[in-house]
Design a protein around this ligand. Structure first.
Ligand code: ZN
Length: 301
C-alpha cells in the first residue's frame, strides 16, 4: 500500500497550527505560526510545508479549519475568501487558493468550530455517538453540528452565537454584541465577562456570581440545541470553559431550566454535556486531518 500524507491547518486569530500526518492521522511534523499579516504568515506556512514535503513526500489532500468569517459556499465567486474579519489585513484574502498554491493539493476548508466538532466526533468525546453539537465559548460563541461522523452542512454556517436568550434575574449588563447588545454572545462570550466585571475571567474567583450567570446562559444554549436538534451529546470547549467549576454549574442550570420537560438522553447529564477530550493535538487539527482523509478516501473509491 502506498504511503498517504495528509496536511492539516487550524487557523486561529492569534496562531496557526500546521501539520503533516500519515493515513493513521499520526502527526509527523507540526508547527505553530503567529497569525501576522497574510504575506508573512503565508510565507511561513509555505516554508513549513515545503520542508516537510521534501523530507516526507507529497501531500494527498489538506484539511483546513479557519477563523472567519469565510465564504464557504462552493457556488460563490468568493468561495474560500476571508470576508468581514476584524483582522483587516485578512479581508478579501483567498485563503483556500493560497493554501492550494502552497501545498499543490486539494483543500477541504471549513470553520474552526466545524473542524473541532469533527475532531471530537471522530477521535474525542463524541466517538460513541451519532449526533452531537460542539460549542465553543471564547472570544465569540460558535456551534458545529455532526451527524453520522460528518459535519452537518448549513450554508453559509450556523450563527447560534447570536440567538436571543432570557436574562438572568441578577444581570442588567447591556451586552457587548455590536449588532444586538444582549444576544448570547453579547452576554456570555469571553469579552462580555471582561466588560461586565471589569476584570479578566481568569482573575474572577470560583465563588464569584459571574460563573452562575455564565452557566445560566450557556445552559440556555444547550437547551435550545437540545430542543431543536435532539443531539446525543453536547461538547463545550473554548477558553472560557477552562474554568473547571463551570461544567457542573451548566449541568445544574440546564436541569433546572428544562423544568421537568423530557429530553430523553439529556437525562444523564454527565454523559450528555461534557468538555472536549482532545487537547494536544487539538480537536481542530485532528478534525482538519479528518477532512483531508475523507477527501482522499472519496477520490480512491
Ligand atoms: Zn449578536
Amino acid at each position: 500500500m502506498s504511503k498517504i500524507l495528509l496536511g492539516a491547518i487550524e487557523a486561529g486569530g492569534t496562531k496557526i497550527l500546521c501539520a503533516l500526518a500519515n493515513e493513521n492521522r499520526t502527526i509527523l511534523r507540526e508547527i505553530r505560526i503567529a497569525t501576522a499579516d497574510p504575506t508573512e504568515t503565508l510565507a511561513n506556512m509555505r516554508r513549513f510545508f515545503h520542508n516537510a514535503e521534501q523530507e516526507l513526500g507529497k501531500i494527498a489532500a489538506v484539511g483546513v479549519g479557519t477563523f472567519g468569517p469565510i465564504d464557504l459556499d462552493p457556488r460563490s465567486g468568493s468561495f474560500g475568501y476571508i470576508t468581514d474579519t476584524p483582522k483587516t489585513a485578512w479581508r478579501g484574502v483567498d485563503f483556500r487558493d493560497a493554501i492550494q498554491q502552497i501545498c499543490d493539493a486539494p483543500v477541504m476548508i471549513d470553520t474552526d468550530v466545524n473542524a473541532a466538532a469533527l475532531g471530537e466526533s471522530t477521535h474525542g468525546a463524541g466517538q460513541d455517538v451519532d449526533t452531537m453539537c460542539y460549542v465553543t465559548i471564547g472570544t465569540g460563541i460558535g456551534v458545529g453540528v455532526i451527524k453520522n461522523k460528518a459535519i452537518v452542512d448549513v450554508s453559509p454556517n450556523i450563527e447560534a452565537g447570536h440567538i436571543r436568550i432570557a436574562r438572568h434575574p441578577l444581570d442588567n449588563f447591556i451586552g457587548v454584541c455590536p449588532f444586538h447588545g444582549d444576544c448570547l454572545e453579547g452576554l456570555a462570550s469571553g469579552p462580555s465577562l471582561n466588560e461586565r466585571w471589569g476584570s479578566a475571567p481568569e482573575a474572577l474567583p470560583d465563588h464569584h456570581e459571574a460563573w452562575d450567570i455564565q452557566a445560566f446562559y450557556i445552559a440556555q444554549l444547550c437547551l435550545n440545541l437540545s430542543y431543536i436538534l435532539r443531539p446525543d451529546r453536547i461538547i463545550i470547549g473554548g477558553g472560557v470553559m477552562s474554568r473547571e467549576i463551570l461544567l457542573d454549574k451548566i449541568r445544574i442550570s440546564f436541569s433546572e431550566q428544562t423544568a421537568g420537560y423530557s429530553l430523553g438522553r439529556a437525562r444523564d447529564l454527565e454523559a450528555y454535556i461534557v468538555t472536549p477530550n482532545l487537547h494536544s493535538p487539538s480537536s481542530g487539527l485532528i478534525g482538519a486531518l479528518e477532512m483531508a482523509w475523507g477527501y482522499q478516501k472519496t477520490m480512491k473509491t
